[in-house]
Design a protein around this ligand. Structure first.
Ligand SMILES: C=C(O[C@@H]1C=C(C(=O)O)C=C[C@H]1O)C(=O)O
Length: 355
């Protein structure tokens, strides 16, 4: 793949996409745009024109009319503009109105029919496209959307990480699952990656820390929802902030260098060698552990005993959580690590008892 940048990087600072969740009135859009333009750091002004809402009856966007407001934003402030498209007619309307960048929302990425419809509508154009992750943590859908848009001839594509829907207690509106984004960066190293901290957080007080985490992970920039009067916003009020608060946040974020010169990172060579050695030892030890599990599997096979032994497993989990804590390992990590080991151990024994 030969993919170009959606936004040309500005040395020394991260890229910034900002604007209200929804375009509500011309006045609201223009006020937000003027205040954001004053910050002098906004590369792309965002605003939802068509809003995919979970249930009917809530504000579903102003529609086509709002595109003219975005046009005015560009004329008056010089900022490029972007909005979400969810079907072919949206694409045509945006192209006609001179919108600079389009984005596919999470509810679109999740549906290959919709993505293909948009890809077909884009064919023959060269407008840049940003693709949000799908609602559910399915990397294939995110990857598939990139491939469909690329096949339509679009050569400037970027990714927006907006987190994943999660059923259960969490402090996030959409859990980040950073590993999913790291994996997408591995698959598509040329694509710019933006953090949509607004949709991950769903609230104002954690926006900064999530944006900073993304910069620590070498993201190219952020997309944040900014509203002149957040509390009065017609959609997603709880996660929007004023242009002034946003400006403060930008000031306090620290951009990290992607890497450093060979000479500067030379001291890491020895530490990395030691890590390689430990990884090697760990793999060897896990292999040995599986051999013991195989022997237990043989024993169970002979006597027709169940593979899963819940009491033993529970005892291992409890002890490991304590041991892990004494070595500074989080209980979340210990649990994930042991579950992976346990599953491999079960798979080994299954192969034996099913023989
Ligand atoms: C190895 C055993 O079989 C299973 C695998 C376990 C493990 O890998 O630690 C623990 C309990 C069992 O669910 C066992 O019974 O001890």
């Amino acid at each position: 793949m030969n993919i170009g940048k959606v936004i040309t990087p500005t040395p020394g600072r991260g890229l910034v996409i900002a604007g209200p969740c929804s375009a509500e009135t011309e006045g609201q859009v223009m006020q937000c745009a003027r205040d954001l333009a004053k910050l002098g750091q906004v590369d792309l002004f965002r605003s939802g024109i068509w809003k995919p809402r979970t249930r009917p009856g809530s504000f579903e966007g102003v529609g086509k009319e709002g595109l003219q407001w975005l046009k005015r934003v560009k004329e008056e402030t010089g900022m490029n503009t972007t909005t979400e498209v969810a079907k072919a007619s949206h694409v045509f309307d945006c192209l006609k109105a001179g919108i600079d960048v389009l984005w596919l929302g999470a509810r679109t990425t999740v549906n290959p029919f919709s993505v293909q419809e948009i890809a077909d509508a884009l064919n023959g154009t060269d407008i840049p496209v940003l693709i949000k992750n799908p609602i559910n943590p399915d990397l294939g859908l995110w990857q598939g959307a990139v491939e469909r848009i690329y096949k339509a001839g679009i050569t400037r594509i970027g990714l927006i990480h907006r987190g994943f829907s999660y059923h259960g207690e969490t402090t996030y509106r959409n859990v980040p699952r950073w590993q999913m984004a790291i994996e997408m960066k591995r698959k598509f190293p040329d694509l710019q990656m933006f953090i949509d901290n607004s949709h991950i957080c769903g609230r104002r007080d954690t926006l900064h820390e999530v944006a900073q985490e993304a910069l620590n992970l070498n993201y190219d920039g952020l997309m944040t929802e900014v509203h002149p009067r957040p509390d009065e916003a017609w959609s997603d009020a709880a996660q929007q902030i004023t242009p002034a608060v946003f400006g403060e946040m930008l000031k306090n974020l620290r951009l990290r260098k992607p890497t450093a010169s060979e000479m500067e990172i030379a001291p890491l060579t020895e530490l990395r060698r030691q890590i390689d050695e430990i990884d090697n030892d760990l793999i060897g030890m896990i292999g040995r552990r599986m051999k013991l599990s195989d022997s237990i599997g043989e024993f169970k096979a002979e006597r027709n005993i169940a593979v899963l032994q819940s009491d033993r497993w529970e005892a291992i989990l409890v002890k490991a959580a304590q041991d892990g804590a004494t070595h500074g390992l989080s209980s979340e990590f210990m649990e994930k690590y042991l579950k992976a080991i346990h599953q491999e151990s079960i798979d080994h024994q299954d192969a034996i008892v099913n023989r």
